[in-house]
Design a protein around this ligand. Sequence first.
Ligand SMILES: *[C@@H]1O[C@H](CO)[C@@H](O)[C@H](O)[C@H]1NC(C)=O
Ligand SMILES: *[C@@H]1O[C@H](CO)[C@@H](O)[C@H](O)[C@H]1NC(C)=O
Ligand SMILES: *[C@@H]1O[C@H](CO)[C@@H](O)[C@H](O)[C@H]1NC(C)=O
Ligand SMILES: *[C@@H]1O[C@H](CO)[C@@H](O)[C@H](O)[C@H]1NC(C)=O
Length: 810
Amino acid sequence: MLVYRPIRQRTQRLLLSFLLIAAWETGSSQVHYSLPEEAKHGTFVGRIAQDLGLELAELVPRLFRVASKGRGDLLEVNLQNGILFVNSRIDREELCGRSAECSIHLEVIVDRPLQVFHVEVEVKDINDNPPVFSVSEQKLSIYESRPLDTRFPLEGASDADIGENAMLTYRLSPNDFFTLDIINKKDKGKFPVLVLRKLLDREENPQLQLLLTATDGGKPELTGFVTLLILVLDANDNAPLFDRSVYEVKMYENSANQTLVIWLNASDVDEGINKEIIYSFSSLVPPSTRRKFLMNESTGEIRVNDAIDFEDSNTYEIHVEVTDKGNPPMVGHCTVLVEILDENDNSPEVVVTSLALPVREDAQVGTVIALISVSDRDSGANGQVTCSLTPHVPFKLVSTFKNYYSLVLDSALDRESLENYEVVVTARDAGSPSLSATASVSVEVADVNDNAPAFAQPEYTVLVKENNPPGCHIFTVSARDADAQENALVSYSLVERRVGERALSSYVSVHAESGKVYALQPLDHEELELLQFQVSARDAGVPPLGSNVTLQVFVLDENDNAPALLPPGSGGGAGALSQLVARSVGAGHVVAKVRAVDADSGYNAWLSYELQPAAGGARSPFRVGLYTGEISTTRALDEADAPRQRLLVLVKDHGEPALTATATVLLSLEDSGQAPKASSRASTGAAGAEAALVDVNVYLIIAICAVSSLLVLTLLLYTALRCSAPPSEGACGPGKPTLVCSSAVGSWSYSQQRRQRVCSGEGPPKADLMAFSPSLTPCPLPDVEVEEQSAGGSHLSKDGNYSIHPEHIQ
Ligand SMILES: *[C@@H]1O[C@H](CO)[C@@H](O)[C@H](O)[C@H]1NC(C)=O
Ligand SMILES: *[C@@H]1O[C@H](CO)[C@@H](O)[C@H](O)[C@H]1NC(C)=O
Ligand SMILES: *[C@@H]1O[C@H](CO)[C@@H](O)[C@H](O)[C@H]1NC(C)=O
Ligand SMILES: *[C@@H]1O[C@H](CO)[C@@H](O)[C@H](O)[C@H]1NC(C)=O
């Protein structure tokens, strides 16, 4: 065999070599060798001398030499054995680059004769170059948002070898995300392409490290590696998140402005701007809630921004959104449930809803007067209200239903004692501190005609001077009615009765409204001393109530009757009193008596007698007893006295002015000692039986004395009982309508007992009654025993009231 055949030579190459050799052997003289690159020094290439037909011995003499263009030292010939061997390392890639054919052309020259042989040494490729990537690490930035099947072309590897040895296959380290696709480009080989098979997630795998292996087709195969560093770029694929979807917060109402409600913290796993978040209220949040709370967009703090009132709303549902700044932005949601806790910030309210006012004073106990409802906007204990009432009112609260009360009458009412109640209803809640409210109900008590008109006294005594003008006002009755309006509208009327032959109404009348009592005609003391009647007062209520008052009208005497001389005999007739007087009677002998009466009473009927001085101025031996009317001698009669004496006796009452009558007494003096027979003739002609007559004046004085002491006593009693009573009124009298007065000479008065006795009869004896007007100046009564200013006298004070002086009472 001429051809050196390396041990591991492919059969194809072998065939080719044979073909070449055969061609050279037959067609040309060219010798062709084949040599794998990278053969070791000394590697046998071929027996060149022999193949060129040269003898080994002639090699040296013929100066056998090999010349190669520039590459002479790669191969060398052993001149001893004519073998071409590898002198230094032959790198095909260095020699020929990537050209498919690579051979070393040798010129073998021998001299003598000079011959040139051409030898081709083909350098065969061996797989001595691994695939090589340009960088050891290839960085790829891929958005996590890239869709599946996105292709990312990669830089392929290169292999300096040729042919099979440069036939690269690629392999990717196992991973979930990418597969490898190979693109065959014409003439340019294969290129690997990454194909996204699973979506990337930066948040899960921010970067991937893959190994791309390129393997050539040599035997043994060689591989090259590149690290693929895949940086997953962030896409805004994550919404900001809250750690809970619902937050529950409790806070008290009335929290201060800017109080922190909750601090929300959302997070976004994205990066950069995709991570920047803004908090806001959702559009679902109603404006009312928006007003109450303020969201800090950047921090997520929700703070109070307005008054929070439990009574407005006790929960708030705040939907919060958090948005990142990515494009497109993503939104996260949560809900904040704010529960507002109650504080006792509302006072109870009291509403008086219905009133049955005014309340009749005769309303039954238990009558509902008003309905009261209380309320408190707070809740729980803060809204629990208890009601109370002002103490000491005749009402009570009855709870009808929760928070509803009735104000009912608890005890009887009396408008006359209190006609208006200010009832204060106090409502107090159970909060701490508790709040309260009050409502005032003014309960007016309506009048019911339950009070009859009342006179201050059951009886009034009225003094009226006789001979009053007709129609004069003698008294005013007045009854008070404690009721109101028409129930207190009093009208007066006379309680009719008969007075003697006549009706009471012919004497007096009462004005219905004013209560003024008028005397309709002049009264005559001598005819009627006491007029007793009743005045009735009635109110205008329905039914009306009434009461009576008794009026005792005393007709006061005036001196309207002159003294009347009584005739000496019962036969009557006017004329002088004639009397025989014995001359022998001594001094002081009563010779005659003038009798007179006066129809008036009291002072007006109290007669005194005076002797008119004789016409001749002669000194008369007679005198008249001042009050007795007895004519007596002043001295013993003597002859000088005229046998016929004519005495004029002036009879005078004590009225003001005094009325007089003159009695003429004729005395005939007789010398005989016989007892005188009196015969007299009244000059005025008064009638009356002398036998029946008593000396009126004497009785009168006795009566005055007896009565006055009794009256003083009764007067004391009377004034003590009545001292506070209003004075009665009498318009017709010249002075105050005084019942009782005292004078310098004694007390002259009516007494209660006295009057009753007097009033029972129509015609009382004149001597029983003495009355006078206080303006009357009484005459001194020296002969009459009268107690001077008896102890405990009553005095009339200037305003007409009675007063009792304590020092007199003791
Ligand atoms: C949010 O973060 C702040 C500050 O770290 C913290 O005070 C607050 O309680 C957090 N909010 C929530 C709802 O966890
Ligand atoms: C939000 O809070 C920050 C930090 O506390 C503050 O500087 C900023 O003024 C607040 N923004 C608003 C609108 O209150
Ligand atoms: C609460 O404070 C904010 C900001 O200081 C202000 O705008 C708002 O009017 C206040 N609200 C009340 C009820 O005072
Ligand atoms: C008043 O007097 C009249 C007549 O006497 C009598 O009918 C009437 O009942 C009396 N009224 C009263 C309240 O006493």
